[in-house]
Design a protein. Structure first.
Length: 291
């Protein structure tokens, strides 16, 4: 099995967990490769675990059976961006905090990789949003696994987001911003502003306003087979478009169309894993601390 490693420069307190994960991997007999930037970090901080890792100047032509994201959900999102439409399944090992995408704890890696090497795992497909607008830079990846957000920039005033779903005008949101989230992203930014949680395989998007002017406006679930068109008015004639935290400034003459991407991200999950169990573990659903 060929495994492509993704990671970033970690805080010193997390190096011990990274070391443990890589030691476990080295004992599986898998072929390991990492981008040269991550490899250089590992060779400096953890030189003893680099002997069996290949350093890659580029990874877009490396034929891997699986990608391993070592970090938190942010690292997983960056790994998904690099994998793109290549269809390589991604496993997330969490050495950070909460971790919905990176839901394998570092302490579990030995048992998890024992199962993986035996073929005892499953793959879930996660839908993405695609953003289209005039002037899209060539180096800007126009897809989001979590969410696309339109946000005010350099002003204390609200912006107005004229929103159309399919052929039907929906609403003009007067707010600090608007989030359109995938089912995967429903537990991220959208949830923090009061949006509902969707099961990962739901064929829907969530439209959630950020600090709306009207209390009657609530998050809305829509089908994922329609385009969502956003047109923004702002006092400073600009706004911020963010895709999974990757941002670009646009002027208010630029209209954004969101639709379902033509490919999905494959996520590696353990057999017996359920999203319900993740909600109970991560969000403490049903926990009663009363004595």
């Amino acid at each position: 099995m060929k495994i492509l490693l993704f990671g970033h420069i970690y805080q010193g307190s997390r190096l011990e967990r990274v070391h443990h994960v890589l030691q476990v991997l080295s004992r599986t007999g898998a072929e390991l490769a990492a981008h040269c930037d991550f490899y250089e970090f590992l060779s400096k901080e953890l030189p003893d675990v680099c002997r069996g890792i290949e350093s890659l100047d580029r990874w877009d032509d490396y034929e891997a059976d699986m990608a391993l994201s070592i970090g938190g959900d942010g690292t997983f999102l960056r790994a998904a961006e690099k994998i793109g439409a290549r269809g390589i399944p991604v496993l997330g090992v969490n050495i950070g905090r909460l971790g919905f995408l990176a839901d394998v704890r570092a302490e579990e890696t030995e048992s998890v990789f024992s199962e993986i090497m035996k073929g005892q795992y499953k793959i879930e497909e996660r839908s993405l949003l695609q953003a289209e607008f005039d002037g899209l830079p060539e180096d800007f990846w126009p897809y989001a696994l979590n969410e696309v957000a339109v946000l005010k920039q350099d002003t204390s005033s609200m912006i107005s987001i004229h929103t159309t779903v399919g052929d039907s005008y929906l609403n003009t949101y007067q707010a600090d911003g608007l989030i359109v989230a995938t089912p995967t992203g429903s537990t991220a930014y959208s949830m923090s502003v009061g949006g509902p949680i969707l099961m990962p395989q739901a064929a829907n998007w969530v439209i959630s306003p950020v600090a709306p002017h009207s209390l009657t406006i609530r998050p809305l679930v829509v089908n994922d087979n329609v385009d969502i068109t956003l047109r923004v008015d702002s006092r400073n004639h600009s706004y911020l478009l963010s895709l999974d935290g990757r941002s670009i400034m646009l002027d208010t003459d630029t209209q954004v169309v969101l639709r379902k991407a033509p490919f999905a991200i494959k996520v590696v999950k353990r057999l017996g894993h359920s999203f319900s169990a993740t909600l109970r573990a991560k969000l403490m659903w049903g926990v009663d601390k009363r004595e």
